[in-house]
Ligand binder design. Structure first.
Ligand code: PAF
Length: 279
């Protein structure tokens, strides 16, 4: 595996790559969720490039940029084990040199609600870094997890709007046996908080039951029941519950087809998100 740390080296290495290039952008501290994306890329592409970059531009003031978990040596060992061809580990200084002032912003309803409302600037930071990484790596396919449902849709929108010749591949959420969606931020949870965090995936199971088994059709009613459940859950501070159109992420009123249920909450010092597509 080649470890590339500068932008010029990445361009040089890319120019010599042949065949389909699959790219998995990550912020490191890899878990089974990331590994599932890498394995999918490995199965579908001749060359696999993975980036490890904790992107300061997608963290707001007071968020966890400084303490975001990092373990480069462990990440590189895992990538080596997955037979990754290139690990791209750029520096903040090179990605955002002094004077950096160009941003990529997806606008409109897709970006305004949910994470867009709760974390101002976050999605802009994601779109900007992903476009920069796409330019440097020039992949044919790029792999993203469905846990970050809004991020995935923002990146699809950007890729289409800016005519990038890249196929965006969505990969299913990987969960712990008790349902907790894998996230690098789970490391912030104490054992008690880890128990409390199960409420998020349980609220999605409740949505599934209300819609599929009880036949509830009024989105407001389902939303209210989930809010009630999460507000009563010990150790959980609810941010939002949304029943959204799976493509536009606009809030639905009546449930007449597939609906994406999204939840966000704080548990201890971790802000967690989860979602489920209810057919
Ligand atoms: O999902 C993530 O880990 C990040 O948002 C991404 C896509 C690597 C951009 O920094």
């Amino acid at each position: 595996m080649r470890v590339v740390r500068t932008l010029s080296e990445m361009r040089e290495v890319r120019a010599a790559l042949r065949g389909c290039v699959g790219f998995v952008p990550t912020m490191g501290y890899l878990h089974e969720g990331h590994l599932s994306l890498i394995r999918r890329a490995r199965a579908e592409c001749e060359v696999v490039v993975v980036s490890l970059f904790v992107n300061p531009a997608q963290f707001g003031p007071g968020e966890d940029y400084e303490r975001y978990p990092r373990d480069e040596a462990r990440d590189l060992a895992l990538l080596e084990r997955e037979a990754v061809d290139v690990a791209f580990v750029p520096t903040v200084e090179e990605m955002y040199p002094p004077g950096f002032s160009t941003w990529v912003e997806v606008t409109g309803p897709l970006a305004e609600r949910l994470e867009g409302a709760s974390r101002p600037g976050h999605l802009r930071g994601v779109a900007t870094v992903v476009l920069k990484l796409f330019h440097l790596v020039q992949p044919h396919r790029a792999y993203f997890g469905e846990k970050d449902a809004q991020q995935l849709r923002i990146i699809r929108r950007m890729t289409s709007d800016l005519n990038l010749p890249i196929e965006i591949v969505a990969c299913p959420i990987v969960r712990e046996p008790d349902g907790l969606a894998l996230s690098s931020r789970n490391v912030y949870l104490s054992p008690a908080e880890r128990e409390h965090a199960r409420a998020l995936s349980r609220s999605l199971a409740l949505a599934r039951r209300l819609i599929l088994e009880e036949g509830m059709r009024e989105a407001a009613e389902v939303r209210r029941r989930l809010q009630e459940y999460l507000r009563a859950a010990p150790g959980v501070t609810l941010d939002y519950v949304s029943l959204a159109h799976p493509e536009t992420l606009e809030e639905v009123e009546r449930i007449e087809g597939p609906v994406l249920v999204l939840v966000a909450a704080r548990v201890g010092s971790a802000r967690l998100i989860d979602n489920a597509l209810i057919p």
